[in-house]
Design a protein around this ligand. Sequence first.
Ligand code: URA
Length: 210
Amino acid sequence: MTKLAEQLNLASVSPYDNLEQMYAAARQCTNCDLCKARNNVVLFRGNPEAKLMIIGEGPGQNEDETGLPFVGRAGQLLDKILASAEIDKEKDVYICNVVKCRPPGNRVPTPQEMAQCKGFLEAQIQFIDPKLILLAGSTAMQAILQVKNPISKVRGKWFDQQNGAKVMAIFHPSYLLRNDSREVGSPKWLMWQDIKEVKRQLDVLNGSTT
Ligand code: URA
């Protein structure tokens, strides 16, 4: 088992030979009831070669309609946040979700639904092999880091992984949409601190700073 898989409580070897094989399997998946109402299985957007992976909770209506994660209001805010830190949404990041089908009414996916979908996320982590992983919101944080603490206490800290990958929880962009203040200490201000730190780490990885 790789250290990253072990520490993230993930299987070390996926049953797929590559991502395309996993995507094909996911598009046919009927492992849970979320398949019944879906229009699209929502797999990823961005660059499979990226060093940065962002994992959200699950698709909403816009994502279900388009087949792409984070394209609704929350996604547009995420793009703005990335752009403000000069993180290129096409080149620098691979974006996906814990569950690949929309939970009805945008409810939180159940533990069973997350468990059924886990193999797809494991394959994404294995094949993308990101150096930095951001967990957007408590659902992704709990699913991956297995911590129950409030996200406000966990966000902004790197969980160092032995193989060089670092994992950080960040606020979900929909939470920021509901909290407009930009004052020092506000959720938006904290997100800005977090994203600047992510950019700093990316620059280190890319050799553009020390
Ligand atoms: N929220 C998420 O967590 N993921 C999406 O893809 C869209 C909204």
